[in-house]
Design a protein around this ligand. Structure first.
Ligand code: COA
Length: 323
């Protein structure tokens, strides 16, 4: 069987920074509350940039890093819950702007698990033969659907995009994936309707039962990571880098504890970006690479959870030589 893995990676975040101190002036909150409950200190907020703008920036870097031409891409998948428009798919806008003229394009909606879902799809497309390179992008501008007068949600989210080129690899590449959903918990985290059609103030913004999502996340992050490692036949102690969805430092710490990982093996950037939804894992992976924390042959575990409620985990052998 053909092996498939990540050949190149990149990320993009908007320049605009919103700190906890800025939020103190907007809602009844404090830097101390946000830091102790979430680990977040600041987040990036788009100032006119759309999801496709950030996706294009991240994807250009991933394409250059993989040393392919845009025309070498056979498919563009954008994982997002904040598409520029209801249709066409954001992936089509991105495909056009990148010049991926030979590629098909579609969006995938799995909340913050979206990148791992798309990575799974891309891996299977490449393994099946006809698709040589699949561009996988996780991109979201949650600020567009965040109520900045609601302190229970507005402190959590930020904007960004991360991208990876998935293609045939000489090494083992993606070892295993594990996707799941519990639609019965879907109303724990949802957007009532498209913002443009919003009938009331509430309809245009994220609704969340924070403590329900928290309990789910703490359980599923550990469960999903252990299951994907079992499928990959990798012992938790053999994981070189754990790259979890960056939603809340307490959720990350609980998952790392379940795996018995020491702090040096866990990548964290939630303090800088908050929860960037589908972009969170690829931004973290790309930053880890940029910081020289990934060596060829390293075993990497990605695990995320999000709206759906969904979860997704992947175990892979890192292919790309050190940054
Ligand atoms: N600043 C100050 N107080 C706040 C606040 C804020 N930004 N947001 C909520 N509160 C208050 C609430 O009003 C509530 O007050 P009350 O006890 O007087 O009613 C209290 O803080 C809530 O405390 P608690 O329920 O103990 O908070 P928590 O420890 O569960 O933390 C979250 C809240 C949202 C940080 C946490 O539940 C969480 O991270 N959930 C997961 C969210 C998530 O990841 N969503 C995206 C999934 S992809």
């Amino acid at each position: 069987m053909t092996n498939a893995g990540i050949l190149g990676i990149g990320y993009a975040v908007p320049d605009g920074v919103l700190t906890n101190h800025d939020l103190e002036r907007m809602v009844d909150t404090s830097d101390e509350w946000i830091t102790t409950r979430t680990g977040i200190k600041e987040r990036r907020i788009a100032n006119g940039e759309t999801t496709s703008d950030l996706a294009v920036l991240a994807a250009k870097k991933a394409i250059a890093h993989a040393r392919i031409a845009p025309q070498d891409s056979d498919m563009v998948i954008v994982a997002t819950i904040t598409p520029d428009m209801a249709f066409p798919a954001t992936a089509c806008l991105v495909q056009d702007r990148l010049g991926c003229t030979r590629a098909g394009a579609f969006d995938l909606s799995a909340g913050c698990s979206g990148f791992v879902y798309a990575l799974d799809v891309a891996t299977h497309m490449v393994r099946s033969g006809p698709y040589r390179h699949v561009l996988v992008i996780g991109a979201d501008t949650l600020s567009a659907i965040t109520d900045f007068s609601d302190r229970s949600t507005c402190v959590l989210f930020g904007d960004g995009a991360g991208a990876a080129v998935v293609g045939q690899t000489e090494g083992r590449g993606v070892l295993a994936t594990y996707l799941g959903a519990d639609g019965g918990q879907g109303m724990s985290l949802y957007l009532p309707r498209e913002r443009a059609e919003a009938a009331s103030h509430k309809d245009g913004f994220i609704q969340m039962a924070g403590s329900d999502v928290f309990k789910f996340a703490v359980r599923i992050m550990g469960d999903a990571a252990l299951e994907v490692l079992r499928r990959a036949a990798v012992a938790p102690e053999d994981v070189d880098l754990f790259v979890p969805h960056q939603a809340n430092i307490r959720i990350i710490d609980a998952a790392a504890k379940r795996l018995g990982l020491d702090g040096r093996k866990i990548f964290v950037n939630v303090h800088k970006y908050g929860n960037t939804s589908a972009a969170s894992i690829p931004i973290a992976l790309a930053e880890a690479y940029e910081q020289g924390r990934l060596n060829k042959g390293d075993i990497v575990t990605l695990v995320g959870f999000g709206a759906g409620l969904t979860w997704g985990a992947a175990a892979l052998e890192w292919e790309v030589p050190k940054a």
